[in-house]
Design a protein around this ligand. Structure first.
Ligand code: SF4
Length: 451
């Protein structure tokens, strides 16, 4: 059987989609090639969030095509995902060596399409159509991709987004919100638990909108909270996380779920994007700074150890110094454990790309540096405050930076590096924090909970 190499660009959704395609191909007998040089099929799963991300994938494919067509003309080349969706056939017109273009609702057809191309039944395939029910096709897992059993898995609960933030391409590449049934997600999580997974992260572009139309409210609880309750019932699962919620849909029922559901760990990544109401309006975010701050306050009332992180865009079109200072003051007020800062870059085919008052790069760089410094100072203080505490971690495997040591995550989603071994993988452990580095804690295992 042929071997396949999948290179993934972009977000966790893309990683999850690639895992789906890889696991379907492995089930069919394909092997996973360690590099593109050894593969019979090379697939690039693409990201459209910035023009630069698209360019990167296009350049990569150009280089692969130049290389393989000379030495291995039979290698099958394909694009998948967001850029495949937005550009479709144009990709083949531009790069005639490409055999396959699969959109964001068609990942599950990859094995059949590859069979057809490899058997010579079809020459080129472009499929970027919409497909009813496609949100339910991202459900298979590899779990031992690196030779070790995974202890944590991502579970896709929905696809698409209806929010249409003015800077974002997602509603165009991923389509309208479509949610999977609660029973399907629970069945998938139950199977993961049976295969040794201890933690699931429920995944979607806007998980707080999960099931809004398909399921609706019940006893004052949103469909998403109903889903959290159902997943919480699964024996063997120890931890539940989710990403990404939207402040607009972050209701009191969700805040309260943290106090009722002990497996729902005290960690919230809530993208705020700006501290200025004027900018939030221009971004079409659908909430105010006040509303965002009140969510954070409520979450910390429910659990003072709540780890809160966010995403922020600096240099959005029309952002005045006063708007940016509002963002700085929000960062001080919210005391984020960490924040991921993005310099605004115009995304083709989004409303913000043609707004007047696009800011010069120097201003974006300067604001990025000022905000980063503040976020780092606050983060360092918060991480230092953990020193001397005993925290519970889920040991995930060797530390990426120093594979001789192990790493795990606290419930509030902070990385802890400790001296350990493979026997710790998958253990929920107590660790005494002895030192704090840059967004990393170091600790000694205290009592190992072996059951
Ligand atoms: S809510 Fe998120 S995914 Fe949806 S349009 Fe806004 S930024 Fe994009």
């Amino acid at each position: 059987m042929p071997s396949v190499y999948i290179k993934t660009y972009g977000c966790q959704m893309n990683e999850r989609d690639s895992e789906q395609v890889a696991s379907q191909l492995v089930a069919k007998g394909y092997s996973l090639a360690p590099s593109e040089a050894m593969a019979d099929v090379i697939l690039l799963n693409t990201c459209s969030v910035r023009d630069a991300a698209e360019q990167k994938a296009l350049n990569k494919m150009e280089n692969i095509a130049a290389e393989t067509r000379r030495s291995r003309p039979d290698v099958v080349l394909g694009f998948m995902g967001c850029m495949a969706q937005s550009r479709g056939r144009e990709l083949i017109d531009r790069l005639p060596d490409v055999d396959l273009v699969i959109g964001t609702q068609k990942f599950h057809h990859a094995p059949d399409y590859l069979d057809d191309i490899l058997a010579g039944r079809r020459k080129r395939i472009v499929d970027v159509a919409e497909e009813a029910g496609s949100q339910s096709t991202i459900r298979d897992h590899l779990l031992n991709g690196n030779g070790h059993k995974a202890v944590s898995a991502f579970v896709s609960i929905m696809q698409g987004c209806n929010q249409y933030c003015t800077f974002c391409i997602v509603p165009y590449t991923r389509g309208a919100e479509r949610s999977r049934p609660i029973e399907d997600i629970v069945a998938e999580c139950r199977e993961l638990a049976a295969r040794g997974v201890k933690e699931v992260t429920l995944l979607g572009q806007i998980v707080t909108s999960y099931g809004k139309r398909e399921i609706g409210m019940k006893d004052g609880k949103s469909a998403f909270v109903q889903l959290l309750e159902a997943v919480h019932e699964i024996d063997g699962l120890e931890r539940i996380r989710f990403t990404s919620p939207h402040p607009k849909g972050y209701g009191d029922d969700l805040v309260q779920a943290y106090s009722r559901l002990p497996k729902l760990v005290e960690s919230a990544h809530i993208p705020v994007q700006s501290g200025s109401d004027r900018m939030l309006k221009a971004m079409h975010r659908g909430y105010t700074r006040k509303r965002f701050v009140s969510i954070i306050e409520k979450l910390r009332e429910v659990n003072p150890r709540m780890g809160v992180t966010t995403d922020i865009i600096v240099g959005f079109p029309g952002e005045a110094e006063a708007d940016f200072e509002e963002t700085l003051s929000l960062a001080r007020e919210a005391q984020f454990d960490n924040a991921f800062i993005f310099k605004y870059s115009p995304r083709r085919d989004t409303p913000a790309a043609i707004l007047p008052d696009q800011l010069p790069q120097e201003i974006k760089e300067e604001r990025n540096a000022r905000l980063l410094q503040l976020v780092n100072e606050i983060g360092a203080r918060k991480y230092r405050a953990c020193v001397g505490q005993r925290v519970q971690i889920l040991a995930e495997g060797p530390s990426r930076k120093n594979p001789a040591r192990m790493m795990g995550r606290t419930r509030s989603n902070k990385i802890v590096v400790f001296d350990g071994s493979e026997r710790h993988r998958g253990q929920i452990m107590d660790v005494n924090v002895t030192r704090a580095g840059s967004f990393t804690l170091y600790g000694d295992p205290a009592i190992i909970n072996l059951d």
